[in-house]
Design a protein around this ligand. Structure first.
Ligand code: APR
Length: 232
């Protein structure tokens, strides 16, 4: 196992260059949809058809696209570092690129889960999940996505990984959604931190901060070169 541990927190921005829209940028998903209607337990109970359709469309899109260099540089770092990706993304582009350790904070687009028993999780074949698709206990299946107002089951694991990071990278997230955005608070002061975003978000003032005002594919190349040449 390569030496130092690198933890990367990623958001929708790392998938933007693959053709998946972000949420809050111009033309982003939340411009076309009311977030409470399609990404909350209340929206689900009010109109499950609309929620299923929203995620079916996103799943269809995710099946059409490929990882971009931003994803690939994270894979390439595995040759030199113990690499852990903590993603807010529900697409599978990190895995498609070849990342071996990926923690999905907000769920997985290609999984459904029972509305009766959250431990019953199933892989979705293709892109459709419909009304009438039931779990083994007979309850309607819902997307295995963490909606607003719901717990983030893998947050403790993400915190543990972040606490033991020797290097921390943030790529393509507006850092406005909690608890994911709070991960930066767990990064040690002496730990080098690299923040990559063409429109840098509000960042709490922390030591050893490297702000990279670039797209993911460009910024990750810079960070890859820096880490491989300086931090092994
Ligand atoms: N490369 C890198 N970053 C980019 C790129 C790019 N090519 N294009 C846009 N960005 C940046 C934007 O500047 C913005 O800061 O990506 C960020 C995307 O922010 P959001 O759309 O808010 O997405 P994210 O931070 O992942 O959202 C967090 O909110 O809606 C919920 O559950 C959903 O996981 C999501 C969470």
């Amino acid at each position: 196992m390569p030496g130092k541990k690198v933890v990367a927190l990623t958001g929708a921005g790392i998938s933007a260059e693959s053709g998946i829209p972000t949420f809050r940028d111009a033309g982003g998903l939340w411009e076309g949809y009311d977030v409470t209607e399609v990404a909350s337990p209340e929206g689900w109970s009010k109109n499950p058809e609309m929620v299923l359709d929203f995620y079916n469309q996103r799943r269809k899109k995710a099946l059409e696209v490929l990882p971009n260099p931003g994803h690939k540089f994270l894979v390439d770092l595995e040759e030199y570092f113990d690499m852990v990706v903590v993603t807010q993304n529900v697409d599978d582009l990190h895995e498609k690129a070849g990342s071996t350790k990926v923690i999905h904070l907000h769920g997985n687009l290609f999984q459904s889960r029972s509305t009766l028993d959250p431990n019953l999780i199933y892989e979705i074949q293709g892109w459709e999940l419909n009304i009438g698709d039931k779990c083994e206990k007979g309850s309607q299946l819902r997307p295995n996505i963490v909606w607003f107002g719901e717990m983030v089951p893998s947050m403790d694991l993400a915190i543990q990984e972040t606490l033991s990071a020797d290097i921390f990278i943030v790529v393509g997230t507006s850092l406005v959604v909690y608890p994911a955005a709070s991960l930066l608070e767990y990064v040690g002061d002496s730990v080098p931190k690299f923040i990559i975003d063409p429109d840098l978000p509000e960042i709490p003032n922390k030591p050893n901060l490297n702000l990279i005002n670039k797209k993911g594919s460009v910024g990750m190349k810079l960070v890859y070169e820096k880490l491989v040449s300086h931090y092994q």
